[in-house]
Design a protein. Structure first.
Length: 347
């Protein structure tokens, strides 16, 4: 199977998902889907929140828009041209996380455009959308059935592993997969470094960086570095778009729990009845909480961030990732800063 054919399938997926995210009803065959195919994904997404309450319809559509962004034709052609397409495919086991809808899509893309085969171990929290999209891709080009497999049980017959999970999962990954080439990804956090010149619109966008997908992704900002004297009311005022979060019962339960813990332990915090701000040197805040820390010397903060880079996924600021783009990574934004395609080329 040639790289060109694989890129064409991703292009067809982009066309189909673009039509899907823009239309509640089937728009016709020009979208690249039959009415049955279109409605089958609509049914999955409408039911997803009943199976996994974190996967609301809005968040599922947001995740699909992320896939659309990753499969833009010109960017994908330029990206894929940087890497070798192997004539000796290796089977790469992909153990995918389940915190966000189809969060492992980028790994699947990298495996396929380097000419390798993907053996997907889907999370029980996120299997339905990935299975449907993979099913479509294999229907559009049946040769992909030899390139993508989904493992229902223990994974077998693989040459390498890319595994994403919690810090507790790393020990298990080491036990089972250390005998083959591997990329293990554990928990990371993201931060924002403000300089005080941010506009209200930038701070509103920062609210999305913090709370898209309820703040459950490693690219969600959970810590703010603020210049001394920064008015914290600006955070609350510009994060008003996030008020809907508290209506979600699971998010609300996390908010109530963490607020109760703070009150019982007499821990100072600021609160707007949707989320809390807590002054803390840590970077990984619990759900519904954002840590903040004041600084007087930006250079010292940059030094600190460099020291903790192994625990950071993204930095949002005027000098790094633009505000509002933390959860909209480009195709070249590799998890943990490791070039997955280069790693695959070295297998």
């Amino acid at each position: 199977m040639e790289k060109k054919a694989i890129i064409e399938v991703f292009g067809q997926l982009r066309k189909a998902l673009s039509a899907f995210t823009l239309n509640e009803q089937w728009p016709g065959y020009e979208c690249g889907l039959t009415e049955e195919e279109f409605l089958s994904l609509r049914k999955i997404i409408n039911k997803e929140v009943q199976i996994n309450p974190w996967f609301t319809k809005e968040n599922c559509i947001k995740a699909l828009n992320g896939i659309i962004h990753l499969t833009e034709k010109e960017s994908l052609n330029e990206f894929s041209g940087k890497y070798q397409f192997t004539t000796k495919p290796r089977t790469v086991a992909l153990i995918m996380a389940g915190n966000l809808p189809f969060v492992g899509f980028h790994d699947l893309l990298c495996v396929l455009i380097t000419g390798n085969k993907a053996l997907c171990k889907l999370s029980s929290s996120d299997s339905r959308i990935p299975m449907k999209l993979i099913e479509w891709m294999c229907e559009w080009n049946p040769e992909l059935k030899e390139r993508i497999q989904i493992s229902a049980g223990p994974i077998k017959n693989y040459d390498a592993v890319i595994a994403t999970g919690s810090n507790n999962s790393i020990a298990q990954f080491e036990t089972y997969f250390s005998h083959v080439p591997h990329l293990f990804r554990k928990n990371r956090s993201s931060v924002a470094l403000l300089d005080g010149s941010e506009t209200d619109q930038e701070l509103k966008s920062l609210g999305s960086d913090c709370f898209d997908f309820f703040g459950m992704g490693c690219r969600n900002v959970s810590k703010l570095y603020l210049p001394t004297g920064f008015d914290l009311n600006r955070i609350f005022e510009n994060f008003l778009d996030q008020a809907h979060l508290i209506q979600h019962h699971k998010y609300g339960n996390n908010y109530d729990y963490n607020r109760t813990i703070f009150l019982m332990n007499q821990i100072p915090f600021l609160d707007n009845n949707v989320f809390m701000l807590k002054e803390d040197e840590g970077i990984h805040a619990p759900l519904s909480v954002i840590y903040y820390e004041f600084y007087s010397d930006k250079a010292l903060v940059l030094d600190k961030l460099e020291e903790m880079k192994e625990n950071l996924q993204a930095i949002v600021s005027h000098d790094f990732i633009p505000f509002g783009k933390a959860q909209a990574p480009d195709i070249t934004d590799f998890a943990d800063g490791v070039d997955t395609c280069t790693w695959l080329n070295l297998l």
